[in-house]
Ligand binder design. Structure first.
Ligand SMILES: O=C(O)CCC(=O)C(=O)O
Ligand SMILES: [Fe+2]
Length: 307
């Protein structure tokens, strides 16, 4: 009888709280179920995984890789995909930079469980992606504040300009904004989300969380509370700064992280493609699930047929 010994993947940690990397894993080839299980396990622990020299050279490679972790979403609820590739969202500096802390697509009731980004065109300097552990942030809260956060709910909406170029001279800024908000979504999510695979708790807020659902609290007051909680997410200890190389893929757990793409490359071209894996409806510490207020996300969540 032959025993197949599977290789143990060696991820190197990039910090104590978030991030690990591996060099030379061939994502251009099919991965075995054991390898996929090891990657999922590493994702549960490290929350953001960097695959360098990954032999990931096409949208097909990226789509196949993302598909190992679950059905894919459409590229975006409102923004157009790469031509003929319904699951692939172009992330192009021509259209601005996501230089705002956010968790992907939290304005819908079932945001992606995980996101992948693949390098295509890189600037000579800058252009990193910062990824933060919202679990580290939750653990850092003083007890009283943590108990308070456990009780809170926030309204997330896309009617907010996080990805729109701030430079008004930018020719298509208004057009981009119209596309981004062409369907108006609003969803109530618990501020503290329990991760369905690990049970770990994290602050589930970010740029689309625009106000708290507390009767009698003004919008300004509720934003002040969100700002206070958000400051724990972006503490340097909770953040990994991922630099980009050609042929690189980054996979992050969108249920327990936020990210930010600094606009620090002086207008040089920068292109990545994004593919997201469909997610579950978040659940708070008391077991209650998120609820949609505005916007039908069912077409977004319809899974994309893979080729
Ligand atoms: O450009 C990046 O590094 C991240 C892009 C991003 O956050 C997004 O497209 O949602
Ligand atoms: Fe994003």
């Amino acid at each position: 009888m032959t025993t197949i010994t599977e290789t143990k993947l060696e991820f190197t940690k990039l910090g104590s709280r978030i991030g690990a990397e591996i060099r030379g894993l061939d994502l251009g080839a099919e991965l075995s179920p054991d390898t996929i299980a090891q990657i999922r396990e590493a994702l549960n622990v490290h929350k953001a995984l960097v695959f360098r020299e990954a032999n990931v050279r096409s949208d097909e490679d990226q789509v196949r890789f993302a598909g190992y972790f679950g059905p894919l979403t459409k590229a975006h609820p409102t923004v157009a995909s790469v031509d003929g590739k319904p699951a692939v969202l172009p992330v192009d500096s021509e259209n601005g930079s996501a230089n705002n802390w956010h968790t992907d697509v939290t304005f819908v009731v079932n945001p992606p469980q995980a996101s992948t980004l693949r390098s295509i065109t890189l600037p000579a300097y800058g252009g990193e992606t910062l990824i933060a552990s919202s679990a580290g942030a939750y653990r850092d809260l003083p007890d009283e504040l943590r108990n308070f956060a456990d009780t809170l709910w926030a309204i997330h909406t896309n009617d907010y300009d996080y990805s729109v170029p701030k430079n008004l001279e930018h020719a298509n800024a208004e057009e981009r904004r119209k596309e981004f908000t062409r369907i108006h979504f609003e969803t109530a999510h618990p501020v503290v989300r329990v991760h369905p695979l690990t049970g770990e708790r994290g602050l589930f807020i970010g740029g689309f969380a625009q106000r708290l659902r507390i009767v009698g609290l003004s919008n300004t007051e509720s934003r002040d509370i969100l700002r206070l909680l958000q400051a724990y997410v972006t503490r340097p200890e909770n953040v990994v700064r991922v630099d980009w190389e050609p042929d690189q893929l980054v996979l992050f757990d969108n249920r327990i992280t936020q990210h930010y793409a600094p606009d620090n490359y002086d207008g040089q071209p920068r292109k990545l493609n994004r593919v997201t894996i469909a997610g579950d409806v978040p659940v708070g510490v008391d077991g209650r699930s998120s609820t949609a207020i505005k916007g039908d996300s069912s077409t977004y969540s319809e899974t994309v047929v893979l080729h």
